[in-house]
Design a protein around this ligand. Structure first.
Ligand code: FAD
Length: 398
């Protein structure tokens, strides 16, 4: 099957490619979290976010009144593909805001909340950078076990507890936080609520957690009597699970962009293999052909829920299916890439601008980071549980 995009979408694609040529360093390959890990990288991401915002691309499918351009679904697909393929960092910047806080607020937020919180996200401003406070030391896959509490006190809530693995908490102005508001609810997911918390609040502390290659993206966040105005509650008290599921649906819908970013790395690998004269090796050819099949399959699968949604049909397990599929694809691409490049794949032990490091160390980077990517937004096993339950209607065994 060959997907042909319309004239409007192809025009947008060309415009984005022009934008990339004008604004991005040549041969830039986007790697997850690279910009968030240094001041220089973060400044670059923020400047790209502002440029994207000026073109109304940062949140192009949002209504114009909130800084979008009311783009069609397929225009949004083209932007997601192109931005991920070329690694435009602005879109991943403060991804919580553009990808799930904003869209969920448009469904569940009050008009006041929408007027206040959506414009800074759409404009790529520092005040529009969000982080997400879900996981806790004893609540990850089983998120409904979370213990951080919010207690109503007049026009405010007082929050106590701890979050962990909070990506970009040190860079964010706001947190999208889930916590317990009713400890006596019959089922543990029934007493939860979502709040929007100012990261500058008194009593809120952010501690860095270094990842396995020494980078700083994760944090642990402590709340000691943090006061949040009641107007920052999203939806109704104790009905936060509903908002959470909506937001997670947006978060897991990354198949289009993740497949495009995998495709870029694969294309760079194929070019390297040709230039280095490695195409004569049957094993290398077989590995690349195998990956090409997987990548094309992932791409077509990623289009499927979009096509169905256009027909008004929801495929509830598709995002989990595609996330699990891409987790495996990342792992395979990292393994094949590091094997083909060998010592030249290294990022950490040689300087990344060294003449010996090929393709900017992308494959070693992927090798390390795919471990985390297969955990973020729900582990591969958890995604497979969802496919089992909703896709195959198997009984829930956990
Ligand atoms: C890159 C990255 C970014 C992240 N960013 C954020 C963030 O911004 N905000 C935030 O709140 N959290 C964030 N997290 C945390 C992430 O959401 C959790 O790590 C994840 O949900 C898993 O929870 P856990 O670490 O407690 O592992 P656990 O839930 O303890 O899981 C441990 C193991 O048990 C398996 N397992 C658990 N339950 C089941 C089950 N029912 N069936 C089968 N297997 C099961 C899991 O697959 C895993 O292998 C991030 C994590 C990563 C890696």
């Amino acid at each position: 099957m060959n997907f042909l995009f319309g004239e409007k979408e192809e025009r947008l694609r060309s415009e984005i490619r022009e934008f990339v040529k004008e604004n991005m360093p040549p041969d830039y390959i986007g790697n997850m979290f690279v910009e968030e890990e240094s001041d220089e990288g973060w400044d670059f991401a923020m400047s790209m976010a502002r440029k994207m915002a000026q073109k109304k691309w940062l949140v192009m499918s949002w209504p114009e009144e909130y800084g979008g351009m009311g783009a069609s679904t397929w225009e949004r697909v083209v932007l997601a593909e192109e931005a991920a393929y070329w690694g435009i960092p602005g879109l991943s910047m403060g991804i919580s805001g553009t990808a799930w806080v904003g869209p969920t607020l448009m469904i569940s937020g009050t008009k006041d909340q929408q007027d206040r919180f959506l414009p800074p996200i759409a404009a790529g401003e520092p005040d529009g950078v969000w982080c997400t406070g879900y996981s806790e030391p004893d609540a990850g896959s089983d998120l409904a076990s979370l213990q951080t509490r919010a207690v109503r006190d007049g026009n405010e809530y007082i929050i106590n507890g701890q979050k962990v693995w909070t990506s970009c908490a040190h860079l964010a102005r706001w947190m999208w936080l889930i916590c317990r508001t009713n400890s006596d609810a019959k089922k543990k997911h029934q007493g939860l609520s979502i709040f929007m918390v100012d990261m500058r609040s008194e009593g809120l502390t952010v501690n860095p957690l270094r990842n396995l290659v020494g980078g700083h993206v994760f944090n642990e966040v402590f709340f000691k009597d943090v006061r949040v105005p009641a107007e920052n509650l999203v939806g109704r008290e104790n009905e936060g699970w509903h908002q959470l599921m909506t937001a997670l649906g947006f978060e897991r819908g990354i198949a289009i962009s993740f497949t495009a970013s995998v495709r870029r790395k694969f294309d760079a690998l194929v070019e390297y293999v040709k230039d280095a004269g490695l195409m004569s090796r049957p094993r290398v050819r077989a590995q690349l052909a195998d990956l090409a099949v997987d990548i094309e399959t992932a791409r077509l699968l990623a289009y499927e829920p979009v096509c169905l949604a256009e027909e008004g049909i929801m495929n509830v397990h598709a995002a989990s299916r595609d996330k699990a599929n891409i987790d495996h694809l990342h792992e395979k691409l990292a393994r094949v890439g590091t094997e083909i490049l060998g010592a030249y794949s290294q990022l950490d032990y040689l300087h990344k601008d060294s003449k010996w490091t090929k393709l900017g160390g992308t494959f070693e980077h992927l090798y390390y980071y795919n471990v985390g990517m297969a955990i973020a937004a729900g582990t591969t096993y958890v995604q497979k549980n969802i496919v089992g339950q909703f896709g195959l209607q198997l009984p829930r065994s956990y």
